[in-house]
Ligand binder design. Structure first.
Ligand code: PMP
Length: 432
């Protein structure tokens, strides 16, 4: 089929009639499918059930330094968990604090602490005039939700396949002391699955912010989440690069085992400079006596070491790779060459990002919903839920079983076609 933009009005009218009939067929199927959130499937969760067996009532729950994990204590995490998470995050164990069950929680706390108490002796953000964050777009809705909640003004920065537009990032952080942070998902980004290039990481480490309390919020959520064994993205490690660049305190790096073990019952961590760690601990020691050490021990005993974790991630990849490939294959078959959409082909992470013609995303998502397929809300990938082009849609292929995913993606592609045909026809009708 030829590109939609090259079709005559008559061709488009006939096409719309045909697509509408197909859409009505889908509506009669009474579908109830969900492609909205990046959750592991049941099969993936089953991979970690062995974690329920590694600790039993007969076991000695003493950790390496002699601490009884059943009792209070150890503010920053047990040594063996620090070692495991440090290997996962490609940093030294001495740079890590292990937290509770969620890295988003750590990010929220980090923003909250900066708000109320400031960063390393600087005036608390709440006492400063205005606070702004840079938000590479499209990006992760829950990042934007945190900064919105604290009344922080968010500024869109376009993403490229190499990472955020660094000319813009450098210019803005150097010129405006109200800019205090930037949200980054550097590897297999949410939603595009892009990984930052070496050049991008080097430029991040060499930023010259006007604000002394500016920090990069480096959310390494998908650090070990490759889809392929022999084609993986590798990034320059940001903490080491910041140190080399003479900017050791510039970055907070976050990660968790949410999509490795169990989302909501994993372990999360922050890695950062010695100065930042000390700054954080002033608050942390008032917040808790220590996080869940039994869960930390359970993770260490289940994975053993980073090699065990890498092996485990191969099993995840074997389950989700066919799902990503099925979505890409259907999109290519149904939409390739039509000029009505573009999508990413990630080598890892949890999402595929789809861009429709401008002004179509909301209608496509609404159409999918009417036929029983829930997608992530259009606009969710932008601060304040406002996609200026109304074109980006996040596809989350991991959760539904493969058969459901195929049906859902076929419906999605149909909705893209129908909405695009209608838009082009409307444009023709409006032309003088
Ligand atoms: N960061 C990113 C980029 C994510 O995609 C997700 C999960 N969708 C999270 C953080 C959530 O992490 P956690 O479960 O550790 O809070």
């Amino acid at each position: 089929m030829k590109p939609y933009a090259e079709m005559s009005k008559e061709e488009l009218v006939a096409l719309r009639r045909d697509l509408k009939a197909k859409y009505h067929d889908f509506q009669t199927k009474d579908l109830k499918l969900d492609m909205s959130r990046g959750k592991p499937s049941v099969e993936q969760l089953d991979l970690s059930m062995g974690m329920m067996d590694v600790l039993s009532s007969d076991d000695d729950l003493t950790c390496e330094d002699g601490t009884d994990c059943r009792n209070y204590g150890v503010l920053t995490g047990i040594d063996e968990a620090k070692e495991l998470l440090a290997d996962m995050m490609e940093v030294n164990p001495s740079t890590i604090i292990i937290y509770g069950n969620s890295s988003l929680n750590v990010m929220y706390d980090t923003v909250s602490r900066a708000m109320t108490h400031g960063i390393m002796g600087n005036e608390p953000w709440c006492r400063q005039d205005k606070i702004k964050f840079l938000c590479p777009v499209p990006g992760y809705d829950r990042h934007f939700a945190i900064t919105e909640y604290f009344g922080i003004e968010m500024i869109n920065v376009p993403m490229t396949s190499e990472g955020p537009d660094m000319d813009m990032v450098e210019r803005l952080v150097a010129s405006d002391p109200a800019i205090k942070g930037i949200w980054c998902v550097p590897k297999y980004s949410n939603p595009q699955g892009y990984s930052y290039s070496d050049e991008t990481v080097r430029r991040f480490a060499r930023l010259e912010p006007a604000a002394p309390d500016f920090r990069i919020f480096w959310d390494n959520a998908y650090g070990v989440h490759h889809l392929y064994d022999h084609d993986q993205d590798h990034l320059i490690e940001i903490l080491a690069e910041c140190k080399r660049a003479g900017n050791p305190d510039l970055v907070y790096k976050f990660a968790s085992t949410s999509k490795i073990s169990f989302p909501g019952s994993g372990i999360a961590a922050i890695a950062t400079s010695h100065n930042n760690l000390e700054d954080i601990k002033v608050q942390l020691k008032n917040q808790t006596i220590g996080h869940d050490k039994v869960n930390q021990l359970r993770h260490v005993r289940f994975f053993g070491d980073i090699h065990g974790m890498v092996e485990h991630m191969r099993k995840h990849a074997d389950i989700i790779r066919p799902k990503f490939e099925a979505v890409e294959e259907i999109l290519e078959r149904e939409l390739g060459g039509l000029g009505i959409g573009q999508w990413t082909k990630p080598k890892g992470g949890y999402f595929i990002s789809f861009d429709s013609l401008d002004g179509c995303a909301k209608d496509i998502v609404a159409r999918c919903k009417k036929a029983g397929v829930v997608m992530t809300g259009a606009g969710a990938t932008y601060p304040y839920g406002k996609d200026p082009h109304d074109s980006n849609i996040r596809i989350a292929p991991t959760y539904p079983p493969l058969g459901d995913l195929v049906v859902a993606t076929e419906l999605f592609a149909l909705c893209v076609k129908l909405t695009s045909a209608e838009k082009l026809l409307k444009e023709m009708e409006n032309k003088p």
